[in-house]
Design a protein around this ligand. Structure first.
Ligand SMILES: *Cc1c(COP(=O)(O)O)cnc(C)c1O
Length: 381
């Protein structure tokens, strides 16, 4: 019998009881004084945790909406933009920016690799860009971009805004808006925050807010920074109804992050991510991302010869472990395993043990307990 479904996809991630309880609370008016106080505290906490002296926006929507919100509030038709892409989600900026009439140049890497920072530096020397987009962790490749290093480079290009997609990294891999020179950081609730899908969070530097002011009225209405700014400063005001229960759920996630300590949380993600990767490799799988640019929030795992993707994921699903399939050129050849947010040791041990059983059932040469042994040792180090 299996009673506990483990959602090990790269988002949504498992939602712990205390966060679910917030979603199950009796909904109140957006102007309810207790809710207004909670929302205000949440906005402040998000600024402090991610070291942002600018503004933060918390708006109902998904990660993709965050990408659009970042673009439309900082760029106008005809602006030059540099897109640094390490896979499917990096590429998502291409279509989005084309539709907005931006002149996008694209730097992309082979899947599993990164665009070297020197290449970005060269491009920035060649041409004036209004902004650059970098996807911190691209879930399609499991690659983590060197956002701090790129941030250092961007400090030499103050005329160019630095936009970071943190949907699969924020609260799992270090991101400091001011220190890293980030102008817009966007993320969602569904990945390393361990909350259900439903909210977008965007941090905007003072420089980004200044750029917004120069744009005047933009054609987007719901996702306009100008419309939401008064609400973020005083949530008792109305623009469009906030997702009351989701705000509470995010607040509980943030409370847990504060309790754990954000630095400890980053260290935990690193330790558990690397331990999971070691165990997986020990079982004969390969990981798509090169070791030097491997994310800690998820792993994109390539099957050994002879393992059928649908069958293998089906075997895991029979034991209620849910993993995601590969994207783009890697569909059918790999699976994507999330290990971020509020998963614990029990979850990880179960997942590796279940992967061993699935390999065994699929007829692969596997020594039961080997992956679990590697994981245990790595966790005890
Ligand atoms: C998941 C993801 C998105 C899309 O988020 P949605 O909530 O599905 O819209 C965007 N960027 C990255 C890096 C992601 O991992």
């Amino acid at each position: 019998m299996n009673t506990h479904k483990l959602l090990m996809i790269p988002g949504p991630t498992p939602v712990v009881r205390s966060i679910q309880d917030q979603m199950g609370r009796e909904t109140v008016a957006f102007g309810d004084p207790d809710f207004v106080k909670d929302f205000k505290e949440l906005v402040e906490d998000l600024k402090v945790l991610f070291k942002c002296s600018g503004e933060v926006f918390v708006v109902a929507g998904t990660g993709t909406m965050g990408m659009e919100m970042a673009i439309v509030n900082t760029l106008k038709k005809g602006d030059n933009l540099l897109i640094v892409s390490h896979g499917f989600f990096g590429d998502r900026f291409i279509e989005l920016c084309k539709r907005k009439g931006l002149n996008a140049d694209i730097l992309s890497s082979e899947w599993g690799d990164i665009v070297p920072v020197e290449k970005i530096a060269e491009k920035l020397k060649e041409k004036k860009y209004a902004a650059i987009t970098v996807t911190h962790v691209d879930t399609s490749t499991g690659v983590s971009a060197p956002v701090a290093e790129i941030g250092e480079l961007m400090k030499k290009h103050p005329e160019t805004l630095y936009i970071v997609d943190g949907v699969c990294s924020t609260a799992g891999e270090p991101e400091y808006v001011d220190d890293m020179g980030i102008d817009v950081l966007l993320t969602g609730t569904l990945k390393a925050f361990g909350v259900a899908p439903g909210l977008t969070m965007i941090w905007a530097s003072k420089k980004a807010m200044e750029k917004r002011r120069t744009l005047g009225d933009i054609s987007e209405y719901y996702i306009d920074f100008d419309k939401w700014l008064p609400i973020m400063k005083d949530p008792s005001k109305y623009y469009a109804t906030p997702a009351v229960n989701m705000v509470w759920a995010l607040k509980e996630s943030v409370r847990m992050i504060k309790e754990e300590g954000i630095e400890n949380r980053y260290a935990r993600h690193k330790k558990t991510g690397r331990a999971m990767q070691k165990a997986i490799e020990g079982l004969g799988f390969k990981i798509l991302a090169k070791p030097e640019n491997r994310a800690v929030t998820l792993s994109d795992v390539i099957y050994p010869e002879g393992i059928d993707d649908a069958k293998f994921r089906g075997l895991l699903a029979e034991e209620v472990i849910i993993v995601a399939g590969g994207l783009g050129p890697w569909a059918g050849k790999m699976f994507r395993l999330g290990h971020m947010g509020n998963i614990d040791k029990h979850d990880m041990i179960s997942v590796i043990a279940t992967i061993e059983r699935a390999l065994y059932k699929a007829g692969a040469p596997v020594e039961l307990g080997k992956g679990v042994g590697i994981l245990q040792k790595a966790l005890m180090e």
